[in-house]
Write a protein that binds this ligand. Structure first.
Ligand code: HEM
Length: 703
């Protein structure tokens, strides 16, 4: 019953006549009739009045015998469960994984045996540091957690959109997260690392420097979940039917290419639409534009691992794609939103230790610690060992075991046997062939608390990352570091960070020091291993170098006024749709505008609620009087000046020049300003947008 109600709530309000009554105090009573279900308590007792508690007389005290009220309030009082201690804010979707070719040579994992096999998945994207109600465009790592419901059990690939991590050993995780989250005495800032505690910890943790380069880069402010990569981070193992092991790293690559926003834009999006990323995913999936990623794997053996001077067990290191090419092995398509956010996205329990036969762990000490932590945290958060009974967590393949009882047990053994071995002839029984076998690696050594020397190079790959970025991306890293460290109030912490940057790139360190007003340059931090300066840059690490070459999946915001040319508007719409992009109309009034030929153009946003930061490119389709009127509105001027400052492509009709001028934008400033006069120019504009941004403008606008 509840489900059918939820479904009907997705339809727009119909405004149909309903069976309503006015109560004694003027309150509204909506009454069940026809097929409308009767409201009941949780135990099914029909409810006669859901507007008034049971009282003695109309103005008298309430009665504790009002079991309907108690049932309702009791349940409401218990609606909240603890939010995740990290990755609290997240958004998920269902879909499937399709295997390209059999990987039987490397792994016995059932999911990789047959070309064309489709496996159901649930994916949850998240930010790490912010609370559940924080904003989407925090500068942060994004979680990229994938649950694959394989025919031999659930496989949770609990990754991030960044391929490395802050720390090498899981024992430091609580310290890292304590330092990153709100400071405990004041409980701010939330969803931000721009504070003393975080940078104090980081500046004392040189192993985090590679990760710092990534989170200060544009990777940490993605434009959409749909436009970011995902990484399993650690080295895992594939294990074949013959028990041969191959090391594997997992990388998800978005079909629509990578794209990020700029920081100034992120700050404004957080105000304009704190749900920017979740709304984006919701709208894409609901409109049938299903986002897609390709799963690629880097496969290697022990000899290859030994050829590096870093350790493949160290989660602060990558194997550059130019050295080991990722092989595409399948695709992930997200095509369905959850029916209920809480039941699915909130209750989904990811655990790194959930791997099917054929997939195994390496000795990465971060991964080993995670394998312990996730089961523990799910029990705390979901409150019962029976969280695997929840539909979102239950396997979709047959399963049978003797676990029983516990809070909220929904599946219990049937029959007499609830143990094995038993002589009742009742299963389930173990299966040495099909069953999970850990890779029988030979391990020996003393029990020690010791970090391997092969983990000691903290700077070379940080330098590799920085050197692999394009100039605009390097500038953004400088700006991010400057911004974050400018919020740090303790000069010694700022200086300690600059001393680390000196080991990464001297010019980077010098610029950050200058922007922070540090007069005397500190000495470089004492490096455990001298940083290498002979690593070839890896172009695969740049977002800009790996753009989409299409405007597909992106969004144009069209600011319109009365008197606009309807034919040109339709031509633009056709060109945008042909590209696979979306167009949203912004106007002075949400009711829309009257075009010159008398037709009406509906608007999705009123100008105050539709700033240009919500779009990838903008068009000013205005009549002269329309532009004159809008030029008086601050929001309209910001629409234009922000789009320009954020290096976006701006299409405009000749009538729009008054608004451009008022916004301080020269209509001939650069090739990113495109006059729209005919069908051809509409197409030319959309083609120009494929570059996403005109980075050449950046020097002029000082982002
Ligand atoms: C490579 C490093 C790591 C990655 C990629 C990673 C990724 C993730 C992701 C994606 C989630 C959110 C899952 C979801 O959407 O529900 C998550 C949650 C979590 N992670 Fe990690 N994590 C890492 C390191 C660690 C470590 C070292 C620990 C602890 C030793 C840890 C403990 C947790 C906990 C406790 C949660 C909350 C789980 C929940 O309540 O559902 N993580 N992690």
């Amino acid at each position: 019953m509840a489900q059918s109600r939820q479904r009907s709530e997705r339809r727009p309000a119909s405004g149909r006549n309903q069976n309503v009554e006015r109560g004694n105090g003027g309150e509204l009573h909506q009454l069940a009739e026809g097929e409308t279900p009767v409201l009941t308590t949780a135990l099914g007792t029909p409810v006669s009045d859901d507007q008034n508690t049971l009282k003695i007389g109309e103005r008298g005290p309430s009665l504790i015998e009002d079991s309907h009220f108690r049932d309702k309030i009791f349940h409401f009082d218990h609606e909240r469960i603890p939010e995740r201690v990290v990755h609290a804010r997240g958004y998920g979707a269902h879909g499937y994984f399709e295997t390209y070719e059999s990987l039987a040579k490397y792994t016995r994992a059932d999911i990789f045996q047959r070309a064309g096999e489709k496996t159901p998945v649930f994916v949850r994207f998240s930010t790490v540091a912010g609370n559940k109600g924080s904003f989407d465009l925090a500068r942060d790592v994004r979680g990229f957690a994938v649950k694959l419901y394989t025919k031999e059990g659930n496989w949770d690939l609990v990754g991030n959109n960044i391929p490395v991590f802050f720390i090498q050993d899981a024992i430091k995780f609580p310290d890292l997260i304590h330092a990153a989250k709100q400071e405990p005495d004041r409980d701010f800032p939330q969803a931000q690392t721009a504070h003393d505690n975080f940078w104090d910890f980081i500046s004392l943790m040189p192993e985090s420097m590679h990760m710092i380069m990534w989170i200060m880069s544009d990777r940490a402010i993605p434009r959409s979940f749909r436009f970011m990569q995902g990484f399993g981070v650690h080295t895992f193992r594939f294990v074949s039917a013959d028990d041969e092991s191959t090391f594997v790293k997992f990388i998800w690559k978005p079909k629509l290419g990578m794209q990020s926003v700029v920081w100034n834009e992120a700050v404004k999006i957080n105000g304009a639409d704190p749900d920017f990323h979740r709304r984006d995913l919701w709208e894409a999936i609901q409109s049938g534009n299903f986002p897609e990623w390709e799963l690629t794997v880097q496969l290697f053996d022990q000899d290859f691992a030994d050829s590096f001077d870093f350790d493949v067990l160290d989660a602060t290191k990558i194997i550059p794609e130019e050295i080991l090419k990722p092989i595409p092995v399948g695709r992930l398509v997200l095509d369905r939103m959850p029916d209920n956010f809480f039941a699915e996205t909130e209750q989904v329990a990811f655990m790194t230790q959930n791997v099917p036969p054929g997939i195994d762990f390496s000795n990465d000490p971060l991964l080993q610690g995670r394998n312990f932590s996730y089961l523990d945290t799910q029990l705390k958060r979901l409150g019962s060992p029976n969280f695997t009974h929840l539909p979102i967590n239950a396997p979709k393949c047959p399963f049978a075991h003797f676990q029983q009882d516990g809070h909220m047990a929904m599946r219990n053994p049937v029959g007499r046997a609830n143990y094995e071995p038993n002589s009742w002839g009742m299963g389930p029984r173990e299966d040495p062939q099909r069953g999970y076998r850990s890779f029988a690696d030979a391990e020996q050594g003393q029990k020690v608390r010791l970090r391997a020397e092969s983990f000691a190079d903290h700077y070379s790959q940080a330098r590799l990352f920085f050197n692999s970025q394009t100039p605009p991306e390097q500038r953004h890293i400088v700006m991010a570091l400057t911004f974050e460290l400018s919020k740090v109030q303790t000069p010694a912490i700022r200086e300690r960070m600059v001393s680390h940057l000196l080991n990464i790139d001297e010019a980077l360190a010098a610029t950050v020091a200058d922007k922070l007003g540090i007069r005397k340059m500190p000495s470089p931090a004492d490096a455990a291993v001298p940083p290498r300066d002979d690593l070839e840059p890896s172009p695969a690490l740049s977002i800009i170098n790996n753009g989409p070459e299409s405007f597909g999946g992106r969004k144009v915001g069209v600011l319109v006024s009365d008197g606009v040319d309807a034919a040109l508007f339709e031509q633009l719409r056709t060109a945008v749709e042909k590209e696979g992009a979306v167009m949203e109309v912004v106007a002075a009034k949400v009711g829309g505008v009257d075009a010159a030929d008398g037709t009406q153009i509906e608007a999705r946003h009123m100008i105050d609620g539709g700033p240009s930061v919500l779009f990838d490119a903008v068009v000013l389709m205005l009549s002269e009087p329309g532009a004159e009127l809008l030029a008086k509105e601050a929001a309209a001027k910001d629409f234009v000046s922000d789009a320009f400052a954020h290096c976006k492509f701006i299409g405009f009709t000749s009538g729009a020049e008054a608004l451009l001028a008022k916004a301080g934008v020269d209509a001939d400033a650069d090739e990113g300003l495109i006059r729209l006069e005919s069908n051809k120019t509409a197409e030319k504009f959309v083609q120009a947008c494929r570059k996403l941004r005109l980075w050449a403008r950046e020097a002029a606008v000082k982002l």
